[in-house]
Design a protein around this ligand. Structure first.
Ligand code: AMP
Ligand code: MN
Ligand code: MN
Ligand code: MN
Length: 278
């Protein structure tokens, strides 16, 4: 009886082990500074954290001392069969020269893409968008969404992506990123683990998703993100099975950007099998 009570109490008292291998700071399209992100992670008792900004590792320039295990991270934009795909790199050498070169190219591609998006959106009444954004170090589609809302062309982010910026829409300009193979080789050469980010966000058929995972693995991909933020258990089960079928490891992350969405920083490590460990 006492043993049972002890068991119930200790299970109740045991805190979940929280980790997060996917989140964003204001160095890309997140809201918080890297410092604030780490402070938030400390408050939430997160044990291992990777800041995975889009196409930049600027967050790692000046991080505060912390007891959290910090893993180098990035979320690189690329395309596969003309579809925009995100590949996360984890635990690489932050000083890798080829990685720095790749980031420089992605940065130029982002600037160039911003010009094209701005030109295309002119026709829909968004005037001088590039002039308004050009001083920013990082320009992403969410910046255009903000302008579309400010100018009264769209009522919210959802509508801006649905009408103009989402996959296949006029503002979805993506062919200038480093290729799928280049992104994978740059992460591998820097000693990192390539992770296929949010596989269910690309709206692929089952067969096509399997072809993507097969190509990803063939080119050196090591893990699949089986949890991306707040998601239905069926999706986690489906992706866990996909991971097993392809004999790959699992990664998990919140994809935290800000306080507005559903996603909160930190994911319970025990929720998946074959989790990558550092
Ligand atoms: P980019 O890296 O410039 O192509 O912008 C992609 C980013 O836009 C994603 O990482 C999300 O942060 C954001 N995003 C994508 N789809 C949506 C959506 N439907 N609503 C709000 N934000 C979105
Ligand atoms: Mn983003
Ligand atoms: Mn992404
Ligand atoms: Mn992300």
């Amino acid at each position: 009886m006492i043993e049972l009570l002890f068991l119930v109490l200790s299970t109740r008292l045991m805190k979940p082990l929280l980790v997060d291998f996917h989140c964003h700071s204001y160095c890309s399209d997140g809201e918080l500074s890297p410092y604030e992100l780490i402070k938030l992670a400390e408050k939430k008792n997160i044990k291992v954290l990777a800041i995975t900004d889009h196409d930049t590792i600027d967050a790692y320039k000046d991080l505060p001392a912390t007891k959290i295990k910090i893993i180098p991270g990035i979320e690189l934009s690329t395309t596969w069969n003309k579809i925009g795909i995100h590949i996360i790199g984890l635990n690489f050498d932050l000083n890798s020269k080829p990685l720095h070169k790749a980031i420089k190219l992605q940065k130029q591609a982002r600037k160039q893409r911003a010009k094209t998006i701005a030109e295309r959106l002119e026709k829909f009444g968004l005037k001088n968008a590039y002039e308004k954004l050009q001083d920013k170090d990082y320009i992403g589609r969410p910046d255009f969404a903000k302008l579309l809302i400010e100018e009264g062309i769209c009522k919210d982010f959802q509508q801006a992506f649905k009408k103009f910026l989402g996959s296949g829409k006029i503002g979805d300009v993506k062919n200038q990123w480093l290729s799928f193979e280049e992104v994978l080789s740059v992460i591998k050469n820097a000693g990192g683990i390539p992770v296929l980010a949010h596989p269910l966000c690309y709206k692929l058929t089952n067969a096509k998703l399997k072809r993507l995972v097969a190509d990803f693995k063939h080119n050196g991909g090591k893990a699949i993100e089986v949890i991306n933020g707040y998601q239905n258990i069926n999706k986690t089960e489906y992706l866990t099975q996909l991971c097993q079928d392809f004999d790959m490891q699992a990664s998990i992350g919140s994809d935290y950007h800000n306080q507005l969405g559903w996603n909160r920083l930190g994911v319970e490590a025990k929720l998946v099998d074959n989790l990558i460990s550092f």
